[in-house]
Design a protein around this ligand. Sequence first.
Ligand SMILES: Cc1cc2nc3c(=O)[nH]c(=O)nc-3n(C[C@H](O)[C@H](O)[C@H](O)COP(=O)(O)OP(=O)(O)OC[C@H]3O[C@@H](n4cnc5c(N)ncnc54)[C@H](O)[C@@H]3O)c2cc1C
Length: 466
Amino acid sequence: MEHHELIVIGGGPAGLAAATAAANEGAECLLLDEQSTPGGQVYRAVQTVPEQRARLLGPDYQAGRDLVTQFEQSGARHLPNTTVWNLNGRCEVGILRDGKTSLLHAKRVIIASGAMERPVPFPGWTLPGVMPAGAGQILLKSSALVPADGLVLAGSGPLLLLLAWQYLQAGVSIGAILDMTPHGNFWRALPRLPEALLAHHYIIKGLRYQLQLKMARVPYFTGVRNLRATGTDSIEAVEFDHRNTSKRIETSLLLTHFGVVPDSHLSRCAGCDHRWDSAQLCWRPQTDEWCNSSLAGIAIAGDGAGIGGAVAARHAGRIAGLGSAHALGHVGSMRRDEIGRDDQRWLNDDLRVRPFLEAMFRPPPELLYQPDDATVICRCEEITAGQVRRAIQDGHHDTNQVKFLTRCGMGPCQGRQCNNAVGQLLAHELDVDMMAAGGYRIRPPIRPLTISQLAALEDMQAGGGA
Ligand SMILES: Cc1cc2nc3c(=O)[nH]c(=O)nc-3n(C[C@H](O)[C@H](O)[C@H](O)COP(=O)(O)OP(=O)(O)OC[C@H]3O[C@@H](n4cnc5c(N)ncnc54)[C@H](O)[C@@H]3O)c2cc1C
């Protein structure tokens, strides 16, 4: 097994900042990421995109270049195209690279695995032509691919607006935006507005996107409910309710977005403590002020520890990197506290807008808790909400029991897509909270591996080569 002082998993703002901070203090550091270039979701391909595309994606995107440069100058090593499929409480990391598996060990690990879009099942969401908005943005950032005119964007949250604005800059004609933010959210968010105004640039940015979409006369429906994608072999139309009337828009592409949630599979696989966050509606690892998890040697930074956005991820990453350099004996506590103080302050300032955003863009409860019986919940195993309900009625009263009975969550995504949906359905049916409903127990491999890849690992451990 290859040994390291510090392994950072994830090359987004949190991981890059963590590795840079730790390496600058003298720690030997290896950063693993499944992408081919550093940057994570937000700064995907930031160093390789042509200038024109970088301008189109906006100044916030271009801000990632500095971060990547600092990382490259820090002396930390970068292992791209590397998928982490296991992490355990002994800081052993299973990786897949060039089709080969191997095990690494570190004195400390920082998980910076970021966020994923909140999967929300609705009728027709598995039809070809229905995709998460983030997938559309990945194609734009990494390959300059934009959809044909007439696409429909639906859901709620800042990323939906950002993508619509980016498509507008790219000259795409958007068929319609279906804003599913419940009207009542504004009133629930209002008491949090004064604090959010301390980070007012986020709110101004959102209003600017909305204004420009309005000026471009993009059809914009608010208070949309009951979203359905319909079609035979692929999507042909989007149907929805708007102001008590049923509407239909023909389209071959629907991009949806309902916010982002921490990608917590690695931290759960390692066995770190998690709690259900009822404001962000997600499982969230428990961390201290230096981003340490409940397990010795494992820290978690950035959106993987709770949604805070790219700027917050950068500060949290630096805090985690400094904390790890301190734990490894490279920096004393006085210097750690002195350097970390600014990041702690900036992090707290940046997070002030979050309670407002969380209340404002909370997805409609009926969508999360009351899917139709016919709606597919687990895409991998094609299990419907009706099958999950029957399992609950048969006496299976936590998500893992439902998983054993129905195979929900046993497919290639290992429950990343259906875990919360099953939990929320169960919590609603039994009138219990999410802690009682529980999350799936996550076991390796968290990413698909072939039998031969696993067998090669056995050979290697037995001294058989590979
Ligand atoms: C699809 C999508 C698009 C987004 N676009 C924007 C945007 O345009 N603007 C914006 O402000 N915010 C955006 N966000 C939110 C943004 O991702 C975060 O706020 C910010 O990037 C968090 O930084 P991070 O370092 O915590 O995680 P990320 O930037 O998400 O970085 C995590 C990294 O970890 C890697 N990783 C995860 N799991 C593994 C594994 N098992 N093995 C190996 N590598 C792994 C990923 O490949 C990724 O590179 C987006 C989120 C998503 C999900």
